[in-house]
Design a protein around this ligand. Structure first.
Ligand SMILES: Cc1cc2nc3c(=O)[nH]c(=O)nc-3n(C[C@H](O)[C@H](O)[C@H](O)COP(=O)(O)OP(=O)(O)OC[C@H]3O[C@@H](n4cnc5c(N)ncnc54)[C@H](O)[C@@H]3O)c2cc1C
Length: 424
């Protein structure tokens, strides 16, 4: 598959690589246009993370909606997109969620070619460990549900897990004995920055204005519909506005006079020093509340659950890091002498049923895509794809029809707490 909107000069290929090597790589064209805020747009996307950029890209590529802008208060992809641990999978429990994440996984599989940009998507498989009988029953239930939907999912016993991950302590003396695991071979990881840059470059080539350092500070709403936005770059008119501001959903909703059932929590991750390749897959454990993979640079990338307090400070509490490091050490005793290099935090918006909201609002022309909690990176292309449809058609795509705001009053929840134990 090739992206026809990149002309010969702008396409990345082995030919352009070879040609540019003769001039010491000094003459590559600018990856994307520098844009300034215009006075009016047909569609404005608030939030230049992966989801916002993907939404703009699919709007421009698949829907004839006119002039589009993405407004980002910091730099593109500098929010949770830059801070996550990049785990991608689709083995959710309920049909609505599993179908949405599987749609995304299928888009991941062709994304580098589609964007003409290497997203370093690596399908190295994802294991969810089971440490007790209840874990194993939950795993079997989820694997059966996934299999019925055509999603690759397997139940492995302890010996099969040990064969696939030799460095994992599957012995009976382990503090958290491993009885088995679920395995999704098509799951894996991708490069977060590359995903944001790939979508930004492609959207920009399709004519989308990407405006950085432009914070939305107010919404102009009259006669029940959105009219425009107040920003730090001045006022801008808009026919339609899509909000994709993970971590700040409630702040944006407040500007529109709406209340969302969302809580914002810090979520942390950390990486070790680089070392030789010892782990070629992703291992998650809900019971010990930790997960890890090894990056191409050789660092162990480790994540945990959310900090229980609410807040907008992009940092978490030390006790969580300590708990996670201890748990990972129990699973992989060999890592006990590995030094940790960096730690950071993001802010995640969580919903009562651990599923996202991709929805119209009572205000005409205003749409929200939020509440991905600790697991939205994996949904980046799928979320952008269905949200673009929702905005362009003013009605949900069949895959996000269930993810409305109304479900919290009708009670038709999509409870993914089980499948999202460590929630990544
Ligand atoms: C430590 C950590 C680990 C994670 N690990 C995983 C994982 O392994 N797998 C997974 O699937 N998910 C993971 N996640 C979750 C994932 O990162 C998020 O769900 C996903 O990145 C959300 O993408 P986004 O584009 O919506 O958000 P963001 O990248 O946060 O983008 C939102 C943007 O909106 C901007 N914004 C906010 N307010 C305004 C305003 N008023 N005006 C203009 N712009 C504004 C912000 O600056 C930000 O750039 C993790 C998150 C964290 C913090």
């Amino acid at each position: 598959m090739s992206s026809e909107y990149f002309d010969k000069k702008n396409r990345y290929s082995w030919k352009s690589l070879l040609k540019n090597s003769f001039s010491g790589h000094q003459n590559w064209p600018q990856a994307r246009r520098m844009a300034t805020l215009q006075s009016q747009y047909d569609v404005i996307i608030i939030g230049g993370g992966g989801h916002g950029l993907a939404t703009a890209y699919y709007l421009a590529k698949e829907h004839n909606v006119g002039k589009i802008a993405v407004l980002e208060k910091g730099y593109l992809g500098g929010g949770n997109t830059a801070r996550n641990t990049t785990l991608v999978r689709s083995n959710y429990l309920w049909e609505d969620a599993a179908n949405l994440f599987e749609h995304s996984l299928k888009l991941w599989e062709g994304l580098s070619a589609d964007l003409n940009f290497n997203t370093f998507f690596s399908q190295r498989g994802v294991f969810n460990l089971g440490h007790n009988l209840q874990d194993m029953r939950d795993i079997e239930r989820r694997v059966n549900a996934n299999t019925l939907l055509g999603i690759d999912a397997y139940v492995l016993n302890a010996q099969e897990v040990q064969d696939k991950i030799p460095i994992l302590d599957c012995s009976k003396r382990s503090r958290y004995p491993i009885l088995g695991a679920s395995w999704q071979p098509r799951g894996g990881i991708a490069h977060h920055d590359a995903v944001a840059r790939g979508f930004a470059r492609a959207a920009s080539h399709l004519g989308v204005d990407l405006i950085e350092n432009c914070e939305v500070i107010g919404m102009d709403i009259a006669e029940g519909r959105i009219q425009g936005l107040e920003t730090t770059h001045g006022y801008v008119k808009a026919n339609q506005v899509g909000v994709v501001a993970a971590g700040h959903t409630s702040v944006l909703a407040n500007m529109a006079g709406l209340r969302f059932p969302i809580e914002s929590h810090p979520l942390q991750a950390f990486v070790s020093e680089s070392m030789q390749k010892v782990l070629d897959t992703v291992v998650m454990s809900n019971a010990v509340h930790g997960y890890l993979s090894q990056s191409d640079k050789g660092e162990l990338v480790i994540g945990a659950g959310i900090d229980s307090h609410l807040g907008y400070g992009q940092r978490g509490s030390p006790h969580l890091i300590e708990h996670t490091a201890a748990a990972i050490k129990e699973l992989f005793p060999q890592f006990s002498r590995v030094r940790m290099n960096r730690q950071w935090g993001g802010i995640v918006d969580t919903t009562p049923d651990a599923s996202p909201i991709i929805s119209k609002t009572p205000i005409k022309g205003l749409y929200f895509n939020c509440g991905w909690g600790t697991g939205g990176f994996k949904a980046t292309p799928g979320s952008g794809h269905v949200f673009a449809h929702t905005i362009a058609h003013d009605e949900p795509h069949p895959l996000n029809r269930a993810f409305t705001l109304e479900r919290f009053s009708t009670g038709r929840l999509i409870d993914e707490h089980g499948a999202a134990g460590v929630a990544h």
